[in-house]
Design a protein around this ligand. Sequence first.
Ligand code: NAP
Length: 455
Amino acid sequence: MNIIITLAYLLSSILFILGLKNLSSPKTARKGNLLAMSAMLVAIIATLTKNEIVDFTFIIIGLIIGSTIGVIIARKIHMTAMPQMVALFNGLGGGASALVALAEYFRLTGDLKLDVIVSMVVSLFIGAVTLTGSLVAFGKLQGLIRPTPVVFKAQHFLNILIFTLFLIAGIIVIINPANITGLLVILAIALVLGILLVIPIGGADMPVVISLLNSCSGLAVAATGFVLSNNILIICGALVGASGMILTRIMCKAMNRSISNIIFGAAGTISRDTGKEDNRKVIAYTEEDATMMLESAQTVIVIPGYGLAVAQAQFALQELVKTLINKGINVRYAIHPVAGRMPGHMNVLLAEANVSYDLLFDLGDINNDFQNTDVAVVVGANDVVNPSARADKESPLYGMPILNADKAKTVIICKRSLSPGFSGVDNELFYQKKTMMIFGDAKDSISKLIKLLKP
Ligand code: NAP
């Protein structure tokens, strides 16, 4: 029987790796998802057939409760709330790992080998940090707590002190595994540290935090795998940990920031009142004005952002793009890596509207083309086209590569007001002469444009 379970785990691992490979491109992402789902099914069935299971009662109760909650959340969740859900799921993954480590500790008391107790301490610590860190990230994204960085004096010193306490408690527990108080101290320290590490991060830096917490949840699972001597948990955890780390690096590159700068820099959002009178003027244009501009264009680049998801305007936007293409206009989408509220948000949204992948261009592939473009149409995007990222050293966006919408001959911006984006930074682009602000819900504005453009 054991050999069959081992082979099933091997098959599951191969499917997970193939799933991840396919998830790396929007073209093959659906297939990747299916492969990863099959891998999980094989792993669950193989684990349930283990003869170590003496009673299925709690497993069945857990399956029913977990699946019911999962189905309800998956059916009810709005696309715009997906990042919060990912943050919450990361946290629950970390919390589950910590609980399994604790349960094993109490089950095996008195009979703990060095490798098992070390894995328990690591699993408990990373799992608990991931739990509270993710809950804070969830609260920030959901607007339940202030999204701006919370900073106070001696914050780094406090974090280092707490981490040192963890190291001391960890060594004590490893030397004397019977020390339950030490283990509970580690749990308490980790729960507090999770909160302290995420509260100073906010605004535009949140994507990095989410991918980092995702990676941590994987590492916690891998450590739990060592606690239980379960190969599939070790492999899955390592895959999640490594892919989360790679994503974190990609996000850091997209923000042009180092990971230490993000975690310890406490930048992210600002609220600046210069005290000076604001004499800048914004002209509100109509959809009719924008139609005239689009009809006379030869090249158009569309920049989607978070507002596209809020307005659920992806279908209307694709219809607009098709209408323009049918008029002989060269239209492409420019995708910023941190547009929206989760990695790949815009790709997922546009895939829903069946946008051809050939029309999607990453920042690096399209940014130099804006200067030869007639119209840049910005739909619900803000931070990712904010020129302050290039010039304003005080801006928390400073250094983040942006899409060069301001280099196009004309910029059409569809949004409801002059409100700033996620980072809270005012956008100079709204006030430029070449910019046409079309105020209103993106779906309404785009639908009006389609009507006006259609013969
Ligand atoms: P953004 O800077 O947050 O701006 C979105 C804009 O959409 C807002 O200014 C808002 O303006 C507009 N909007 C909202 N609802 C709308 C509607 N119904 N119709 C039209 N417009 C609407 O978005 P972004 O340019 O995509 O930049 C993403 C930001 O989120 C970055 O700062 C990024 O770092 C951060 N972030 C990203 C992730 C990720 O993983 N991608 C995760 C967390 C945070 P109005 O209110 O005036 O309409």
